[in-house]
Design a protein around this ligand. Structure first.
Ligand SMILES: [Zn+2]
Ligand SMILES: [Zn+2]
Length: 218
């Protein structure tokens, strides 16, 4: 069953109504605070830190990425020269940062007065407001949806530039974290190949020596 949360606090509104009963203004929130079922942890350097509702599968992704990366640093890189340390860090650091970007940033949550088409048809403050004739109203968020916006029932919010809801990222992939997600997918392909080649470069000759020694022993 769909649950409707008012866009603004009813207590705030009632207080404002008492102070100025005849004035109707479109108030805009000073900061984004509505993240539906997602988990908001404040902001860092102006970037909201938001994790999705699918925490379990997201932690599985973190484990599948971080465990090989830690093993790489513990078992492969020690003993290497500085160039190998720098070159070898590009992939583990890159995949970790792209995963953080995809899982911990705002995917493009639509909020009244920030990036949605206004109730009054005001299209002056939006980024997706050029297709008014295609706009639909979300019955849950009570927001006009610009083109490309989809309401995600799992996340509980409208996502601008919605791509899909990814349980492995824990939340939706949308306009604002799609770049991180594509970077992550690229790194997921590169990282295993890179680590395998690095392993072979380090242990390949030794493996060969073991095989030759075993052959001579017979
Ligand atoms: Zn919605
Ligand atoms: Zn979602």
């Amino acid at each position: 069953m769909l649950h409707y949360e008012p866009l603004m606090s009813s207590t705030e509104d009632s207080a404002a109504t008492e102070a100025a009963p005849l004035v109707s203004v479109t108030r805009r929130p000073t900061k984004v605070t509505k993240y539906g079922n997602m988990h908001y942890f404040g902001s860092c350097c102006g970037t909201p830190i938001v994790f999705g509702p699918n925490v379990g599968t997201m932690l599985c992704t973190y484990a599948m990425v971080l465990v090989p990366c830690v093993c790489f640093y513990v078992f492969i890189l020690p003993g290497s020269d500085i160039i190998m340390w720098v070159a070898g860090s590009i992939v583990p650091v890159g995949i970790t940062l792209s995963m953080l970007g995809a899982t911990a940033t705002d995917p493009g949550v639509l909020e009244a007065g920030v990036n949605a088409v206004g109730e009054d048809g005001d299209v002056s403050h939006g980024t997706f407001n050029t297709n008014m004739e295609k706009a639909k109203k979300c019955v849950t968020c009570k927001l006009w949806q610009p083109a490309g916006t989809v309401h995600c029932k799992t996340c509980g919010v409208c996502i601008a530039g919605h791509d899909h809801h990814c349980v492995w990222m824990g939340k939706c992939v949308g306009r604002d974290n799609l770049g991180y997600f594509h970077a992550f997918l690229t790194m997921v392909v590169i990282a295993p190949a890179f680590m395998l080649i690095t392993c072979l470069m380090k242990y390949g000759p030794n493996f060969g020596g073991h095989i030759r020694g075993a052959t001579r022993g017979h």
